[in-house]
Design a protein around this ligand. Structure first.
Ligand SMILES: [Zn+2]
Length: 362
């Protein structure tokens, strides 16, 4: 059964007889998309070669055709979403198959998971087990609802005693105030990763004067731009037509993002605005710096992390040397991290990396 992601994309998954790879047991591996399955000619029942790099999900490299018995079957994408049953769509010329239902439970739960997760509002302790119950019980219907939960609401969850309910409630309160770029990234707008969120935050901060009710004023502005002059999103550094139309679709008239920021404001979420950029600062917080990214950085793909380094004026590099200024190390970082430690190069975790990109820390 394929996996349905946050944007509805169906990712075919290989279910394997459990096998030990690099110290952990692997029972599932990604097949990326149908084109990839066809290109590699991977069939149901095949013996396969697996690859596991860093902490990323293992992938199927190739089938071992010599071991075929003739009983292997071609893999087909399902016609309907395995979660909600909506007919699966594949856009003309596109690689991905997706569930177009914005209310698909798989999409919704992942959107909320992203919102509450470490790449988003970072609510400690709001894992899948908690999230699913909150959604199933209708306690969270909109993003702002996280901030409307009482200790009593949480105490009703499975395996939640008073103490754990209080801890989660406290963690939610702690996440109430976040930097604007983090709140934007938490929304999970298609095409909008950390780099874009940071640029968008700077643009908004320059457009909307600071002061009371900043968030609702910014929300009104975003929604007005989305419906009336969407081309203006291209004023934002690094945003081209694709991201611009994704933003217009999300914040536009019938878009899923309509009212979301107002809801967060009503629920008591506050944003910290980025410092206004001066002409001298536009060279970027990483101007002239060489940065090596290693391991899985929460909230970024490898490409996004490197793109973010470039957008901040830095130069991403593939290997650690004396000339490296920073090493950004995520989960599964290995030899490059060790090398950085050996050379005494500053090592940043995902949190510091974001702060640095946003120009909040030096
Ligand atoms: Zn669906």
């Amino acid at each position: 059964m394929p996996y349905v992601g946050r944007t509805g994309t169906l990712t075919p998954v290989a279910h394997l007889r459990p096998v030990k790879v690099a110290g952990s047991t692997v029972a599932r591996a990604t097949l990326h998309n149908l084109d990839e399955v066809r290109r590699k000619d991977i069939r149901i029942g095949d013996w396969v070669v697996l690859q596991k790099a860093g902490d990323v999900i293992p992938e199927v490299v190739r089938p071992i055709t010599e071991r075929r018995t003739g009983d292997e079957r071609e893999y087909e994408m399902p016609a309907a979403c395995p979660v909600c049953g909506t007919a699966i769509v594949r856009d003309e010329g596109a690689v991905r198959h997706y569930c177009p239902n914005l209310a698909c439970p798989a999409r919704v739960s992942q959107e909320f998971g992203h919102f509450a997760g470490r790449g988003g509002m970072d609510i400690e302790g709001a894992g899948w087990h908690v999230l699913e119950q909150l959604l199933q019980r209708g306690l969270v219907k909109r993003r702002g609802d996280f901030y409307r939960l009482s200790v009593e609401d949480l105490e009703g969850l499975d395996r939640f005693a008073r103490k754990s309910a209080e801890n989660l409630h406290a963690a939610i309160q702690k996440s109430r105030r976040r930097p604007l770029e983090r709140v934007i990234a938490a929304l999970g707008i298609p095409q909008v990763g950390w780099t874009t969120a940071i640029e968008l935050a700077h643009w908004l901060a320059a457009e909307i004067p600071a002061g009371d009710d900043w968030l609702p004023r910014a929300a009104t502005h975003l929604e007005r731009v989305a419906s009336e002059e969407p081309g203006r999103f291209e004023e934002v550094e690094g945003i081209g037509p694709t991201v611009s139309s994704a933003l217009a679709a999300w914040f536009g008239d019938a878009g899923p993002g309509r009212g979301v920021l107002q809801d967060l404001h009503d629920a008591g979420v506050e944003v910290e605005l980025p410092a206004l950029r001066t002409a001298a600062a536009t060279a970027g917080p990483l101007a002239g710096k060489t940065v090596v990214v290693t391991g899985t950085i929460e909230g970024f793909s490898r490409e996004e992390a490197e793109e973010a380094v470039r957008a901040a004026g830095g130069k991403p590099a593939g290997s650690v040397s004396k000339r490296t200024d920073y090493v950004v190390a995520g989960l599964g970082a290995g030899s490059k991290l060790a090398k950085a430690e050996e050379l005494g190069i500053p090592i940043l975790d995902a949190e510091h990396f974001r702060g640095l990109l946003a120009g909040e820390i030096e």
